[in-house]
Design a protein around this ligand. Structure first.
Ligand code: 2IT
Length: 448
């Protein structure tokens, strides 16, 4: 790390004490961009890294809602608008009891580089709440979403900040959130949230986009090694929107996902999550609000291991689709011992920095989530484009665009690492390519 980078990192640590997730992402990005920062003394003159590591603004607000018994509950809501250099802030909303400002900042920082990588004009933001959707009725979810949007609406807009879903926020929640925004503003402003239903301005393939995009990216990686997905076994964690899309696309291409998981444990299905019935059941599990993986094992009669993670199973490819830091050293060692070749992150920051370093040395290739899962937000940007045009592309057109975007993300990342002599390093490449674009825009726009 250059002395300038070290100084900024020290400042970041001092200023964000206790925000370990955020510091982890800054360290991860800094570890990759050194060769570029070293080549550009103008970054230091313009105080660029200092500005890059401080959110443009972070909003925290009270959300009070009423449950079905008439009791009132208060949660905390957030929106972090991290970097708007290349476009309106864009990023999902996460509803999960573990959400803190730290969670929002790490996700918004990641989002800044991810969004830059898509090649589309979107800045980085993230939001959410420590609300726990588990076990809540539809009406409770609706009242919470309405209360949340009653504050959030004043901070967003089609040219300002465009939220979407993330963990705990799917089609149902987006509908309630958007309905409340429209009620308050009394205008259509249909770019204002993405992941909308097809009947009110959503895009084809947005629900599938994160999972499909991840598999399109995986295909490019396999191509690099002269390999294909046919006949490969894949371990996936989680069973939400992202895992679902991965299962479906992997099956379509002749591979099979053999694990899914939830907070209660994991399922091992040697026949694969490949049939239409099994894939559709994942959606039912998500909409049931039970947050329970065992339902799959009960239904399809396969192995369920309570309280454990999927990473002890022997597979060819690992694609973590659940949650941050679910893979530490212990899991990484299992993965290596099982002879896994391709470690493809899908969830945001699923791997600790220590485990990443170890995996990089011991598996064929590690691909970073900010590139692999960028198909979700990229398709959100396609939704914004269609909304602005008052037009809707056919499903095949959207899928083709998503496919091309994922190929470009892979190729641009590979090239960015190659150019600084790092070879086929997809982590460094993604960080460098994303950073270069944001840095160029920040320099061009002057210091503010
Ligand atoms: O992490 C992510 O990229 C998302 N949750 C999707 C963000 C978006 O705006 O579609």
């Amino acid at each position: 790390m250059t002395p300038y980078m070290q100084r900024v990192l020290d400042e970041v640590k001092a200023r964000n004490k206790g925000e370990d997730l955020f510091i982890q992402t800054v360290e991860e990005v800094f570890a990759s961009i050194e060769p570029i920062v070293a080549q550009h003394p103008e970054y230091e003159k313009a105080g660029l890294l200092e500005r890059l590591c401080e959110p443009d603004r972070q909003i925290s607000f009270r959300v009070t809602w009423q449950d079905d018994e008439g009791n009132f509950h208060t949660n905390r809501g957030f929106r972090v608008q991290f970097n708007g250099a290349i476009g309106p802030y864009k990023g999902g909303l996460r509803f999960h009891p573990s959400v803190t400002l730290d969670t929002m900042k790490f996700l918004a920082f990641e989002q800044t580089f991810k969004n830059a990588l898509t090649g589309l004009p979107i800045g980085g933001g993230k939001g959410g709440s420590d609300f726990d959707p588990r076990g809540k009725s539809d009406n409770e979810i609706m009242r919470f979403c309405q209360a949340f949007m009653t504050e959030l609406y004043r901070h967003i807009g089609p040219d300002v900040d465009v939220p979407a879903g993330d963990v705990g926020v799917g089609a149902r929640e987006v509908g309630f959130l958007y309905g409340q925004y429209k009620r308050i503003k009394a205008t259509w402003q249909n770019g204002v949230i993405t992941g909308k239903g097809l009947s009110y301005g959503g895009s084809y393939f947005r629900p599938e986009a994160t999972g499909y995009g991840a598999v399109y990216y995986l295909e490019e990686v396999l191509k690099h090694y002269g390999d294909t997905i046919k006949g490969k076994t894949v371990a996936v964690s989680g069973f939400g929107n992202v895992a679902w899309g991965v299962c479906e696309k992997v099956a379509e291409l002749g591979g099979k996902v053999v694990t899914i998981s939830g907070p209660d444990g994991y399922c091992y299905d040697p026949d694969g999550v490949v049939t239409e019935e099994k894939i559709a059941f994942l959606l039912e599990m998500r909409s049931s609000g039970r947050d329970r993986a065992q339902d799959y094992a009960d239904k399809f009669g396969c192995k369920f291991v309570p309280g454990a993670k999927v990473w002890g199973e022997k597979v060819d490819i690992c694609m973590p689709c659940a949650y941050q830091n679910e893979i530490g050293m212990k899991e990484a060692e299992q993965i290596v011992a099982n002879g896994v070749e391709y470690y493809i992150e899908v969830a945001n920051m699923p791997t600790t920095n220590e485990a990443i370093e170890y995996l990089k040395k011991n598996v064929k290739i590690v691909a970073p989530s900010k590139a692999v899962n960028a198909g979700g937000v990229a398709t959100s940007a396609l939704e914004m484009a269609q909304n602005s045009m008052r037009y809707s592309w056919e499903p095949a057109e959207v899928d083709e665009k998503l496919h091309l975007i994922m190929k470009n993300i892979h190729d641009n990342s590979a090239k960015a690492a190659e150019e600084v002599g790092l070879g086929y390093d997809l982590i460094a490449g993604a960080n460098i390519a994303g950073f270069k674009k944001v840095a160029e825009a920040m320099l061009a726009e002057g210091v503010f």
